[in-house]
Structures are given as structure tokens and as C-alpha cells.
Design a protein around this ligand. Structure first.
Ligand SMILES: Nc1ncnc2c1ncn2[C@@H]1O[C@H](COP(=O)(O)OP(=O)(O)OP(=O)(O)O)[C@@H](O)[C@H]1O
Ligand SMILES: [Mg+2]
Length: 250
């Protein structure tokens, strides 16, 4: 069952990216990117290695900052805000490479993600993360660095959730994981979206699973958006199938 069947709300943007250009020194990584994420949606961004997907996610978080264009989150122009201000606005990010704290236990990692001022939510949020990923509960005393790749990914997502985000940014949660684990992770994202109404912006190379999960998707080539549509539309397009699906669909 596709997540697209569950939500038919009037489009209300939580994130609007317009004409964003990002450079690393003289190298231009983003070339005028336009993207919308509406409340309650799962939106995915797919594209080949080096297309600029992670750069877009990092630009949304303010590091690096866009050299031109505009990024509006929840009605606020965040284009030139420092990262710590952006991250305090109920945006949570699970960056590429699942950066957990390897020497800390699962529990300590989750505590690091929680908002300290909101201690009253901690038990409730922890219970939800453990419901979503029972494996983390079993392993709560284990050091992060000794978890399997899939467990570390669960921990990275769990930690992001502990900050009670309105918008969750995920960069390649399926990277390097076995198909069964990928399925579990994507199922968890779907559950969060349906049960909690969480809005998700998902960067993925695993185009097949990402487009099946997402309400809408964008394709990025060389720093530009070349295609946009519902997950289903993009999955059906020949250009998407030939460029991004071989090997990933089975
Ligand atoms: N810190 C950096 N300094 C210089 N160039 C960079 C830096 N980070 C990324 N780039 C370049 O910017 C371009 C876009 O990289 P980016 O990491 O955004 O791609 P991606 O779509 O996330 O790729 P992948 O699927 O491999 O993660 C690439 O050409 C990359 O070499
Ligand atoms: Mg990347």
C-alpha cells in the first residue's frame, strides 16, 4: 500500500526552496533548485552520486549557506540563519553516514537527541522510539559503535525523533543496508508519517523504495531538478526507470 493513498490534504507548505544556488569555493553544486514540501507529506529527492542531494539537505540546514535563492521554513526565511538557529526550529536531520556517538550507549545517544528543556516529554518520546524500533530497546545499554549498520541507522533516526521535529530530513537511510533492513526502516518512516503526521524529506539513491514510499518526488541531475511528480508518476517514467531503477527494483 502506498503512503500516497493516505493523505489528501490541501497543500500547505512547510518548506519552500526557491532558486537556491550553493557553491563549494568556485564549484557550483546547486544550480537554482526549487522544491516544496507540504505539511504531512513524504517528499523524496533522488539522483546519482554527486548530483547535489546532500548539498541541498545541508543547505537547508544552513551549512553551507545558499549563495542565492530563498529557503522558507514554517513561514520564516531561514536562508541566512546559522545552523543552530535552524535546528532549534523543530527541524531534525539524520545526515548521510548515520553519525551517532559510537562510544555512547543507545540510551545516551537518544538522550543527546532530546530537547533538554522539555524533560517532561522524554519518557513518552523514548517509548515511541522503542515501539518503532524494538531492537533499540533490546540494545539500549550497548555502545552505538558496536551496533550493526541497520541498528545504527535506526538509532540515528530515533535520535532525530527525540527532538520532536515537525520536519524530519533523512539523507540516505538505506545506504549499505540489506533489503530486509531497508524495508523495516522505510516501514518505520511510513508509520511515523501516518500515525504522527510527521513531514519527511528523504534523500535516497534507492529510487524504487523511495518513490514507492513518497507522496511526491524530485529528480536531481548535476545540481538541477529535472523531473518532479507523484511517487507513482515518477516510478512509471521511462527516464526514471532506465536511469535509477535497474538493480534497485528487485
Ligand atoms: N565539502 C565539499 N567541498 C567541495 N566539493 C564538495 C563538497 N561536498 C560536496 N562537494 C561536491 O558537490 C557535488 C555534490 O555533492 P553531494 O554530496 O551533494 O552529492 P550527492 O547527490 O549527495 O551524492 P551521493 O549520492 O554520492 O551522496 C559533488 O560534485 C561533490 O564532489
Ligand atoms: Mg549524498
Amino acid at each position: 500500500m502506498s503512503a500516497a493513498q493516505h493523505i489528501e490534504t490541501a497543500a500547505e507548505p512547510i518548506l519552500t526552496v526557491r532558486g537556491v544556488e550553493t557553491f563549494y569555493g568556485k564549484i557550483q553544486a546547486l544550480r537554482g533548485v526549487d522544491i516544496d514540501v507540504n505539511r504531512g507529506e513524504i517528499v523524496t529527492l533522488i539522483g546519482a552520486n554527486g548530483a547535489g542531494k546532500s548539498t541541498l539537505m545541508m543547505t537547508i540546514c544552513g551549512n553551507p549557506q545558499a549563495r542565492s535563492g530563498q529557503i522558507v521554513y514554517n513561514g520564516t526565511d531561514i536562508t541566512t540563519l546559522p545552523t543552530h538557529d535552524i535546528m532549534s526550529m523543530s527541524i531534525a536531520q539524520s545526515p548521510e553516514g548515520r553519525r551517532i556517538f559510537p562510544r555512547m550507549t543507545v540510551m545516551e545517544n537518544l538522550q543527546m537527541g532530546a530537547i533538554l528543556e522539555d524533560e517532561k516529554y522524554f519518557d513518552d518520546d523514548l517509548r515511541k522510539v522503542f515501539e518503532l524500533f524494538p531492537r533499540l530497546k533490546e540494545r539500549r545499554g550497548q555502545r552505538g559503535g558496536t551496533l550493526s549498520g541497520g541498528e545504527q541507522q535506526m538509532l540515528a533516526i530515533g535520535r532525530a525523533l527525540m527532538s520532536r521535529p515537525k520536519l524530519l530530513l533523512l539523507d540516505e537511510p538505506s545506504l549499505g543496508l540489506a533489503p530486509l533492513v531497508v524495508k523495516q526502516i522505510f516501514e518505520a518512516i511510513r508509520e511515523l508519517n501516518i500515525n504522527e503526521g510527521l513531514t519527511v524529506f528523504l534523500v535516497e539513491q534507492n529510487a524504487f523504495h523511495a518513490l514507492r514510499l513518497a507522496h511526491r518526488g524530485y529528480v536531481m541531475v548535476n545540481g538541477s531538478i529535472t523531473m518532479a511528480g507523484t511517487g507513482r508518476e515518477l516510478l512509471a517514467r521511462e527516464e526514471v526507470r532506465s536511469a535509477y531503477l535497474e538493480g534497485g527494483a528487485h
